[in-house]
Design a protein around this ligand. Structure first.
Ligand code: CP
Length: 358
């Protein structure tokens, strides 16, 4: 494993910016850290004295708890810069006078005293503009001298993707030859970000799985993402396919990942000069959701899987909408393994990006 290439890098869209070999190195380290955790080994020398700043613009259970626990287990410290208690970091042109502070100042101040900045932002705090949160993180990264870690934006959720790849590796021992289905599923709460489906289309494609994206019409992913998935499939001599048939997608699948996400055409949009040319239409999006209530993961659909097939979800799940209790609580469900692996995956990310001493 080469670990000297990671120090100081950002973790914004690693499904695109990091190589397959780098993902494999991170997975190996996550496995090692998981073993050391299981055997009660003291790992507090790895990041002793290092500080992680976190900024959550949205709610979180798993990401918040595992970053806080993870940095502590590595000997570091985390400071939660709660929006509302600090001046809200704002991009130029999006400031509210007296309540905000430009990102260029926030990022440079935090770089003087800490070792990484981790951010979660999507939806309302990102003005419902697709890509706004990701651009916000890129602006942080531009001005910060320390790594910026994406804890979920409107485009990617790479920490979730790394933890999920770790879970699949544990269950199957390999990626090649596995059929992985990322599927849209109905939810009563609309306008969810594209972060999980896009990261969970890209990461398995990068690692060489045969990926199927199942979604009703109107729930296509960002074309840049699907183009990249096709490119990875070509490089790996694997496949990437799209379908609007959930049952057909589930046939002989090794992994199904049914999850709700929004519809791109109902999000707000800026032109290339940063002017708003379309407002969000959340009511319109809701109508589209209601037409697709049958996109639920139930026991009948789970019978279509390979005999060793598993059910995955990043959580929180919308029970009785995205998935039935029988499936999510059933023997094929690996949801708590995924949640646990967030800890070990993020410890690997922090160790390598923040200059950990192994
Ligand atoms: N999967 C996930 O990111 O969970 P939280 O929203 O609870 O952090």
């Amino acid at each position: 494993m080469r670990t000297n290439k990671f120090y100081g890098r950002d973790w914004l869209s690693p499904e695109i910016d990091y190589s397959k070999e780098e993902w494999e190195s991170l997975l190996m380290l996550a496995e090692e850290l998981k073993t050391r955790y299981a055997t009660n080994e003291d790992t507090t020398a790895i990041l002793r004295g290092k500080t992680l700043y976190t900024m959550f613009f949205n709610s979180s259970l798993r990401t918040r708890s595992t970053f806080a626990a993870g940095i502590q287990q590595l000997g570091g410290f985390h400071v939660d810069l709660e929006p509302g208690k600090t001046y809200t970091p704002a991009r130029k042109g999006f400031e509210v006078p007296y309540k905000t502070e430009r990102i260029c100042d926030v990022a440079r101040v935090l770089s003087r005293t800490g070792d990484a900045i981790a951010i979660r932002m999507y939806g309302a705090p990102a003005h419902w503009i697709y890509g706004f949160a990701h651009e916000t993180m890129k602006e942080f990264a531009y001005y910060a001298d320390i790594p910026v870690i994406n804890m979920e934006c409107d485009k990617y959720h790479p920490c979730q993707a790394l933890a999920d790849m770790l879970t699949i590796k544990e269950k199957f021992g390999q990626f090649r030859g596995l059929k992985f289905v990322i599927s849209w599923a109905y939810s009563g709460s609309t306008a969810k970000p594209f972060a999980v489906p896009q990261s969970l289309a890209l990461a398995p494609s990068l690692l060489g799985m045969d990926v199927v994206l199942a979604r009703p019409r109107g729930f296509e992913l960002d074309p840049e993402v699907t183009r990249k998935c096709h490119e990875y499939a070509m490089q790996n001599n694997a496949s990437f396919e799209e379908t609007d048939d959930m049952e057909a997608a589930f046939e002989k699948a090794h992994v199904v990942y049914p999850k709700s996400w929004g519809s791109l055409e109902y999000f707000a949009q800026l032109d290339k000069n940063g002017r708003k040319i379309r407002s969000e239409n959340l009511e319109g999006m809701k109508d589209l959701f209601e037409k697709n209530k049958h996109w639920i993961c139930d026991e009948k659909k789970m019978k279509l899987l390979d005999k060793n097939g598993i059910y995955m979800h990043c959580l929180p799940a919308d029970r009785d909408m995205e998935v039935t209790d029988a499936v999510i609580d059933g023997p094929r469900s690996v949801i708590y393994d995924e949640a646990e692996n967030r800890l070990h995956a993020q410890k690997a990310i922090m160790t390598l990006l923040m200059g950990g001493r192994l």
